[in-house]
Design a protein around this ligand. Structure first.
Ligand code: ATP
Ligand code: MG
Length: 755
């Protein structure tokens, strides 16, 4: 047990006290995750079966890393641990128990696009205005209810929800919720929130099932406890109710998911729920230099709501925190890239020692450009992932449908792709028939002759024959052979192969890559269950943070939210500007602003030896060049830890007076006290001083537009093309605009400029 010597006293105490409820609320970098890891290893060495230990992490990647670490202590037995994200663990349990809840074990997991598509069709059918009933907003309401364990029935009878919905002019949300729930159920599908909600129902309604898992999971551990929601907390509380061997670790100062329903109240309630609770504080930070730890403390001090902690470190002072002031966002990106280049040379570091963090994904574009120019390899975590690409989603939809033919969203995606002359009108007819006959669209297709006449019947029969052949393959052949036969038999592979454009080639290769992934899955000796179902489940539960390929030496780019739990030698936080960070949307209340400040705290504490903060004086946002003020957060860092670099040059449009007032240019301290003042300042500011730089706007040729491109629209501003749709007569593009959300535009009219 050598590892016990690598722990300090309170850490060791936390590890060896295995029985009973324990809460470790401790500062960033104080070894919380390390303690959890060794605690599991310790339990196993004491003879606890890995099958009896449940450990819940924030990402699959975190689970994998912990498992590897434990394996290095106790050997391959560690592979039998029940370790993973809430969603992956409980999806696994729900598959065993599906029938109890009226689902089949081959249920599909709907991703947010599927959910949105269901909501959209309901809004359309109910003839509601989708500008008032924005699908994202409606979905957020439903998600919030489910995460607070409120069903559609409960929602309809809840006066608080009712009042809020009426006040926001959307009294029909309860009806949409009901219809959404019924449709998902009919499609034998669960969305992400259902995985947790249904687990709660399962454990609540079936005492024998609860008892079984209470016996099974003798020890329950949760990392990043501060970001669990009511639904997650309720599951673990039920599971641990008998033995009470529950150990949670977290940091209230790093709670950054309130918008997703995470509830800091969980930390506060924990003591009430477990009167015998052992509370352990870890205050020594092992990750970061003295300057970084103290700078972080000086920031979080500005929050009123926090548990008292005194985070300290015995590490050296280290270097000061550089503050880069750039004239523009592109210069900011250039200065960051140059700094990485120099630091790497001077300190003999690898690219993987560097991370660049930002508040919103759209900031990555200019940074990527600079890194590319300087030949610095990088990887982005988050953004459009491999599994979100159209060609991959198409293929996955085929597999989903073959496994669960009740999956209507998958059906809609594949029935006429590649083209089989089953157009949108025919699809609508099938859907309407299915709902009249109270059955699934698949049953209607199987009995096409009974419902339709003419050419459509033949097309549907051909489609049904094809799918049935795939079903046989999936039943009789290994996952790889079956998937390959679907890729070929559906015509998908051919369709992409025939597209000889550069993008077409990439899509073809991506599809091949997906098949490679199935092959690797089948060949993996660690996998017990090699069914296509299990493969698909793993794919649906990949979190954004899991996407990174780690085989190459590259700088990591990601939003701060994604960076939780990670550490890098050098960290850059870009875009330290008012209305960007803190985000304009988080200036409505003190609670929001404090959450934003915790986000800043998370960002700072990722750095081990060097932190750099940067801001630009003007930046393209929403397609306009706007003047920016340095973030109030900059002035909250105790200045003795900062090294503010001299401006390189001023933008020509910037007046002297503005540029020099305040410690960071135009920022003035009085404004930082009042979020509202700042908000107003911004509105008038942007109206008066926006530099509309649209003279250079030349719409690109629609034929050049491709998925994944960043584009500019005169009215909607900047966005990314998420899909090119060629199903109707007009070629259309789905564009996710930074400010306006997703829009579908007809390319012939849209006038988009590739950026
Ligand atoms: P976060 O709040 O960011 O999730 P954490 O509290 O989980 O951080 P860890 O990631 O477990 O912290 O640890 C931070 C770093 O400090 C890691 O590199 C870890 O290996 C190291 N560390 C933790 N405890 C010790 C110790 N007793 N001796 C040496 N290094 C340690
Ligand atoms: Mg951690």
């Amino acid at each position: 047990m050598d590892y016990l010597n690598s722990l300090n006293e309170p850490q060791r105490e936390a590890v060896v006290n295995a029985e009973g409820p324990m809460m470790i609320i401790a500062g960033a970098g104080s070894g919380k995750t390390r303690v959890l890891t060794y605690k599991i290893a310790y339990l196993m060495e004491k003879g606890v079966e890995p099958f009896n230990i449940l450990a819940l992490t924030f990402t699959n990647k975190a689970a994998r890393e912990m498992r590897e670490r434990i394996e290095s202590v106790v050997g391959t037995e560690a592979r039998n641990l029940w370790m993973g994200t809430f969603h992956s663990i409980f999806a696994r349990i729900l598959r065993y128990e599906a029938d109890k809840l009226g689902y089949q074990s081959n249920f599909t997991i709907y991703d947010s696009d599927d959910s949105k598509s269901v909501i959209k069709s309901i809004i359309k059918e109910y003839k509601l205005d989708d500008k008032i009933y924005k699908p994202n907003g409606v979905l957020a309401r439903i998600s919030n209810a489910k995460n607070n364990l409120i069903s559609w029935r409960g929602y309809a009878n809840n006066s608080e929800y009712k009042l809020e919905d009426e006040a926001s002019g959307r009294p029909k949300i309860a009806d949409i919720f009901k219809e959404y729930a019924l449709r998902c159920f009919k499609a034998n599908a669960m969305d992400f929130d259902d995985l947790l909600y249904n687990t709660n129902v399962l454990l609540h309604k079936f005492p024998d099932v609860l008892n079984k898992y209470q016996q099974k999971f003798q020890y329950v551990m949760i990392d990043e406890f501060q970001d669990t929601n009511v639904s997650q907390y309720s599951i673990t509380k039920k599971l641990a109710a008998v033995r009470q061997n529950i150990c949670v670790v977290g940091d209230d100062a790093q709670s950054i998911y309130a918008f997703r329903g995470a509830n800091i109240q969980n930390i506060l309630n924990f003591e009430k729920d477990y009167p015998d609770l052992k509370v352990i504080k870890l205050e020594q930070n092992y990750r970061s230099s003295q300057n970084i730890v103290e700078a972080a403390n000086s920031v979080i001090k500005h929050n009123q709501a926090q548990l008292k902690k005194n985070v300290w470190t015995s590490n050296d002072d280290g270097r000061l925190i550089d503050v880069i002031r750039a004239t523009s966002d592109s210069e900011e990106a250039k200065l960051i890239a140059t700094s990485i280049f120099e630091e790497r040379m001077n300190n003999n570091l690898n690219c993987e020692d560097f991370a660049i963090l930002y508040r919103t994904n759209s900031q990555s574009r200019s940074i990527e450009e600079s890194l590319r120019k300087m030949n610095i390899p990088y990887r982005i975590i988050g953004g459009l992932s491999f599994y979100q690409r159209k060609e991959i989603k198409d293929m996955v939809a085929y597999l989903r449908f073959v496994i669960n033919p009740a999956d209507t969203e998958a059906l809609k995606r594949i029935i006429n792709y590649p083209k089989r002359a089953i157009g949108p009108t025919s699809v609508d007819k099938i859907l309407v028939k299915a709902s009249q006959e109270n059955t699934t669209p698949w049953q209607i297709i199987l009995n096409a002759r009974r419902y339709f006449t003419g050419r459509l019947t033949t097309q549907l029969e051909n489609f049904a024959n094809m799918v049935q052949a795939f079903m046989l393959d999936v039943k009789n052949k290994d996952a790889f052979t079956a998937a390959t036969s679907v890729a070929k038999g559906s015509g998908l592979l051919r369709e992409l192969y025939d597209d000889k454009t550069v993008e077409g080639r990439v899509r073809y290769e991506n599809l091949q890559e997906l098949l490679n992934a199935v092959k690797a899955f089948v060949d993996d000796p660690e996998k017990e269950d090699k069914s296509l179902e299990t493969f698909l489940q793993e794919v649906s539960l990949i979190t954004s943070q899991d996407q990174s390929k780690e085989d190459s030496d590259a700088v990591t780019l990601m939003t701060i939210h994604m960076s939780k739990g990670l550490e890098y030698k050098h960290v850059y936080i870009a875009g330290m500007e008012e209305n960007l960070f803190p985000s304009q949307m988080m200036l409505e209340s003190r609670a929001d602003l404090e959450e934003e400040r915790r986000l800043f705290y998370v960002a700072i504490t990722r750095a081990m030896s060097k932190l750099t903060l940067s801001y630009a004086l003007q930046r393209y946002r929403f397609g306009k060049l706007i003047m920016c003020e340095p973030s109030r957060f900059l002035s909250e860092v105790d200045s003795k830890f900062l090294n503010v670099q001299k401006p390189v040059r001023r933008p020509s449009s910037f007046s002297e007076g503005q540029a020099t007032s305040g410690r960071f240019g135009s920022f003035s301290k009085t404004e930082s006290k009042s979020p509202t003042t700042n908000r107003n300042t911004f509105t008038s500011f942007s109206k008066k001083k926006d530099i509309p730089n649209l003279e250079n706007f030349t719409p690109s040729n629609p034929a050049e537009l491709r998925q994944g491109q960043n584009v500019l629209h005169k009215k909607f501003g900047k966005g990314t093309i998420t899909a090119i749709l060629e199903d109707g007569s007009d070629k259309r593009a789905k564009v996710n605009f930074d400010s306006e959300g997703e829009k579908t535009l007809i390319l012939a009219f849209a006038k988009l400029m590739i950026m």
